[in-house]
Design a protein around this ligand. Structure first.
Ligand SMILES: [Fe+2]
Ligand SMILES: [Fe+2]
Length: 168
């Protein structure tokens, strides 16, 4: 295998690792969404659904790059869904997942630069910006809970039970 070929293979392997991570994340966030929605935490449930959709977009970007490099997409989630349904624990877990993704993607971005694969590096840089944004959103929710206590989450569910104002 030439040096160029092995660099390409390495990019494809990293891209597939990211696909696996993103797939597991989509599953985990949808699980959080179902449970939060069921428990009446509407806004938090919506945050997880929207974030899961962004992660799905990440899979698409990664897959396009894999196919461009003439690899194939391994659609295998990196880990099984953890059955967490407590809102505080959910936010802790999600924030940790985002930190881990951003850390890995940053390390791999450096490898892509060394392998002269700037286009893959650029895709990961876009993903890092998104993951940092997700971390920030989850961190803000945790901060609100720290500030206002569990009442903050109860108020989130209260909003949903208020009937819509009748049309005039
Ligand atoms: Fe992602
Ligand atoms: Fe994310």
């Amino acid at each position: 295998m030439t040096k160029e070929q092995s660099a390409k293979e390495q990019s494809i392997a990293r891209l597939n690792s990211a696909v696996a991570d993103e797939l597991a994340t989509v599953h985990q966030y949808m699980y959080f969404h179902f449970h939060l929605d069921d428990a009446g935490f509407g806004p938090l449930a919506t945050l997880f659904k929207r974030t899961a959709i962004v992660e799905m977009g990440h899979i698409e970007k990664l897959a396009e790059r894999i196919l461009f490099l003439k690899g194939d997409v391994e659609m295998v989630p990196a880990f099984a869904v953890e059955k967490i349904d407590d809102p505080v624990k959910i936010l802790l877990k999600a924030a940790a997942m985002e930190t881990e993704s951003a850390k890995n993607y940053n390390q791999w971005a450096r490898e892509f630069a060394q392998n002269l694969d700037a286009a893959t590096k650029q895709i990961f840089e876009e993903l890092i910006r998104d993951e940092e944004g997700h971390f920030d959103a989850f961190d803000k929710q945790q901060e609100h809970i720290r500030q206002f206590g569990p009442a903050y989450l109860a108020l989130q569910s209260f909003g949903q039970e208020v009937p819509a104002a009748p049309a005039e």
